[in-house]
Design a protein around this ligand. Structure first.
Ligand code: IPM
Ligand code: MG
Length: 385
């Protein structure tokens, strides 16, 4: 079968990591008899440079015409890049928000999973890690504060900025259903996160989630306030299966959840609408500081391609093959720099705190760790699908 994949390589490390995901997809295609045809789509800073805007109507149409879109990352250094001198609606991120809205990608799935092999890179204590954790953040992606009316104006001589947070019951119901559906395929637990002790939008969120929950008697659900959830994620991440939450809370909590796994370079994400269409992207950013150096971790993008096979194309066997290849490469001891013990700041902090020297760390993860670059990592995974 032939699949049309729109590809947004984007900015920073985007083109490098997307190239490796395509390499892995092509190998999967060869092995399992599929053809992936790619259409490059401009979005973000590269689109600003080429067209003056972060996302053109032609780019939206090209994304719409694809079976699914695979994305690298967009944006640059917010203090130094000329893109951030432009007005807000012309900056790289505005392109991504516009694409999500135009394609109605309201359901954002962000898995956070602790790889057995990377346990030593996890910044949490061993007794907290226990047997590891595996959660899915279901973030509402096209409503709330990021899409409400906003303005900055002079009110009686005082500069005043307003952002609007609004949700209607339909927006809440459709994402809640997605959260419960996915819980049914996992450990059947939903933690709905809100700020119902303060916000009206959260009180409506809670009411609608309760209505939806009534249709899923097998799923255990609870409500948790967002500030408590931020704390629980580092105190006891094992307790979570599906975290269901609104746009901004999900943005913040998903970064936190990814950090407790040890590396944001490992985590994939999917943004879905009501059809089989999806936009698949790594959870991490464009990392302009390491762009072009050939050291970025391509695993999150490769795993995003696996999610694309699973959710948009129903190719479960092929998705399993990619996920298993990633696990195997890690087991064999191959690491990009961000998940290496040496030179990694998180690791150094961790080992210092734990009083662990590099030798001990090596033993902890299997005694043979080899640092590889972006391309080698892609090839190692492609060879094992
Ligand atoms: C993310 C990013 C985006 C968001 C930005 C780049 C607009 O942080 O995907 O989490 O906030 O949604
Ligand atoms: Mg974010």
């Amino acid at each position: 079968m032939t699949y049309h994949v729109g590809v947004i390589s984007g900015d920073g490390i985007g083109p490098e990591i997307v190239a490796e995901a395509k390499k892995v997809l092509d190998r999967v295609g060869k092995k399992y008899g599929h053809e992936f045809l790619y259409t490059e789509i401009l979005m973000g800073g590269c689109s600003i440079d080429a067209t003056g805007v972060p996302l053109t109507d032609e780019a939206i149409a090209a994304a719409q015409a694809s079976d699914a879109v695979l994305m690298g990352s967009i944006g640059g250094n917010t203090s130094t890049s000329p893109w951030y001198k432009l007005s807000p609606e012309l900056r790289p991120e505005a392109g991504l928000l516009k694409l999500r809205k135009s394609l109605n990608l309201f359901a954002n799935l962000r898995p956070a999973y602790l790889y057995e092999e990377l346990k030593a890179a996890c910044p949490l204590r061993d007794d907290i890690i226990g047997s590891g954790f595996d959660m899915m953040i279901m973030r509402e992606l096209t409503g709330g504060l990021y899409f409400g009316a906003r303005e900055t104006k002079d009110v009686d001589g005082v500069m005043t900025a307003v952002d609007t947070l609004s949700y209607n019951e339909n927006e809440i119901r459709r994402i809640a259903k997605r959260g419960f559906d996915i819980a049914m395929k996992r450990r059947k637990k939903v933690t709905s996160v809100d700020k119902a002790n303060v916000l009206d939008s959260s009180r409506l969120w809670r009411k609608i989630v309760e209505e939806v929950a009534a249709d899923y008697p097998e799923v255990t659900y609870e409500h948790m306030l967002v500030d408590n959830c931020a704390m629980q994620l580092v105190k006891d991440p094992k307790q979570f299966d599906v975290i269901l939450t609104e746009n901004m809370f999900g943005d913040i909590l998903s970064d936190e959840a990814s950090m407790v796994t040890g590396s944001i370079g490992m985590l994939a994400s999917a943004s879905l609408n009501d059809t089989k269409f999806g936009l698949y992207e790594p959870s991490g950013g464009s990392a302009p500081d390491i762009a072009g150096k050939g050291i970025a971790n391509p695993i999150a993008t490769i795993l995003s391609a696996a999610m694309m096979l699973r959710y948009s194309f129903d190719l479960d066997k092929e998705a399993d093959a990619i996920e298993n290849a990633v696990k195997l490469v890690l087991k064999e001891g191959f690491r990009t720099i961000d998940i290496m013990p040496q030179d990694s700041r998180e690791h150094n902090e961790h080992t210092q705190a734990a009083g662990m020297c590099t030798e001990e760390f090596k033993n902890a993860v299997g005694n043979k760790i080899v640092q590889v670059g972006t391309k080698e990592m892609g090839s190692l995974i492609a060879d094992r699908v």
